[in-house]
Write a protein that binds this ligand. Structure first.
Ligand code: BG6
Length: 484
């Protein structure tokens, strides 16, 4: 079965369209970096091309001593990656300005702000420590009223630094003007979890501990380091993926229904369920795994060992695969393990949340062959919904067999970065991470990081192109006693 479903992400966005708007300036700090070129500017190009931001001015700033022409070429190249070359996009490129600056210095920031007009949106595409210093300097400089701030992940480097960054930001603008970016919240399939759960009668009544054996949230990639040593070696898979993206998915999968999808209701529900989330049994040494890839071949491409990649400090022991089992201490989910895993340079791509259901209370004697549990699958690329169900197989009707029903989701109207940028331009923080939630996500992974630092969990190895270390915590039924 293959059908198309409309994107919930676009309906959220449509609802917040506010008609006439003052011209806006996007001030991009860290403009010469990789994130801007690969993700942010292409997202902006698509947004502008859709006609949503008339009169937008783009000011880039970075440590590189570029001029306007160099910057315009960079913007045009990134726009071209997504075919954003219409009149609106060309006008943004033509008017784009670049100001070389040390964004942690007050006089540079003053100079920068003087080039901006109208409603200001500042995007910090910077490492967390530089973001904190730039934000602190801005508190001394002052911001035009109504300024919105966008901050790329990771937000801080632990719970304490996230709290202190939140304190600095609170001195700059009100919380609703702070957009902590998690681009997974701009993915239409991720937002579609809301539609799936709360706009159907058939799933929600069984999404609880009475019926669910476990929930897996998996993001396995074939990509390796891809030249991102500078950032990745200081982060690792747990911080890069689990602390941020996968916990956001967990929150949407596990939260109770919000009365509305307004920022206050939706973010309140997410915060509530994350506050109840902790490492399974409070035992990170038992319920987490870390590993890194050695040399191997992925999809015909030879990859060096992670430790031999240029720019990697092998003794740091950064993991490229992380697994952690979490419990959600609520009435709905008590006793159901949520298993989160993400790894790089693996044999295949697997990006999905899978709900594995318990065995039916009784299968009539005479029906044979029940080997697999029912599963609900939400795929994040390819974007699809799947149901694995047991039915009578061909041939002998009393012999059970499993079939897989799938429905492909229509693509979101905008790429994820376009979607989160739109949220900031519209002044709608619904799809951004609230301050307390950013701290909470560090609180959840904190014990795991501590156990790893203390050497309580060995750093395993797996060849690039393999399925990861053998003793994965994602031991799925039928091996899993919970299903039985
Ligand atoms: C990024 C991580 O945030 O998300 C990357 O830093 C990861 O390591 C990426 O590959 C995955 O997101 P997407 O949108 O490319 O699937």
């Amino acid at each position: 079965m293959t059908t198309s479903t409309p994107s919930a992400a676009s309906s959220v966005a449509d609802r917040r369209a506010d008609g006439g708007r003052v011209p806006q300036t996007l001030l991009l700090l860290g403009a010469s970096g990789d994130l801007a070129a690969r993700l942010l500017l292409p997202g902006l190009g698509r947004l502008v091309g859709g006609g949503a931001q008339p009169g937008l001015r783009l000011v880039g700033s970075g440590a590189e001593d570029w001029d306007d022409e160099r910057w315009r070429r960079r913007v045009a190249e990134s726009f071209a990656m997504v075919g954003a070359d219409g009149p609106a996009e060309t006008e943004v490129v033509r008017a784009a300005r670049y100001v070389p600056a040390d964004v942690t210095r007050e006089e540079d920031l003053r100079r920068l702000l003087a080039t901006c007009h109208g409603q200001l949106v500042i995007f910090f595409a910077l490492p967390p420590t530089v973001t904190a210093r730039a934000a602190a300097a801005l508190t001394r400089v002052g911001l035009p009223p109504g300024t919105r701030l966008m901050l790329e992940k990771p937000f801080g480097t632990d719970e304490v630094s996230a709290r202190s960054l939140n304190d600095i930001l609170a001195g700059l603008v009100p919380e609703d003007q702070v957009h902590r970016i998690d681009h997974f919240l701009g993915k239409s399939t991720v937002v579609n979890i809301l539609g799936l759960r709360f706009a159907n009668r058939i799933f929600e009544p069984v999404l609880n501990a009475a019926h669910v054996a476990c929930v897996d949230i998996v993001f396995d990639e074939t990509l390796g380091l891809e030249g991102r040593a500078g950032y990745y070696d200081g982060a690792g898979a747990l911080v890069d993926m689990v602390q941020s993206h996968l916990l956001q998915i967990l929150a949407l999968m596990a939260m109770d229904a919000p009365p509305t999808l307004d920022a206050r209701d939706l973010r309140g529900r997410k915060a509530q369920v994350l506050r109840a989330t902790r490492v399974w049994d409070g035992d990170p040494a038992r319920w987490s795994r870390r590993a890194r890839y050695t040399a191997g071949e992925v999809g015909g491409r030879r990859l060096p060992a992670y430790a031999d990649e240029p720019g990697i400090e092998a003794t740091r022991g950064t993991e490229t695969l992380a697994e952690v089992v979490l419990g959600v201490d609520t009435w709905r989910w008590a006793g159901v393990p949520f298993r989160l895993r993400s790894g790089k340079a693996l044999a295949g791509t697997r990006k999905e949340a899978v709900v594995t259901f318990k065995q039916p209370p009784r299968v009539p004697t005479g029906l044979t062959g029940l080997e697999q549990p029912d599963r609900l699958r939400i795929g994040f690329g390819p974007d699809r919904l799947g149901l694995d169900v047991n039915i009578n197989g061909p041939g002998n009707p009393l012999e059970l067999d499993q079939v897989h029903l799938t429905a492909d989701f229509g693509p979101g109207g905008l790429p994820p970065y376009g979607e989160v940028l739109r949220g900031a331009f519209d002044g709608d923080p619904t799809l951004s991470v609230r301050g307390d939630t950013a701290e909470e996500c560090w609180r959840i992974v904190g014990p795991v990081l501590e156990a790893w630092r203390a050497g309580a969990v060995p750093l395993q190895e797996y060849p690039a192109g393999s399925h990861g270390p053998g003793d994965s915590l994602l031991a799925c039924p039928p091996g899993d006693a919970r299903w039985r």
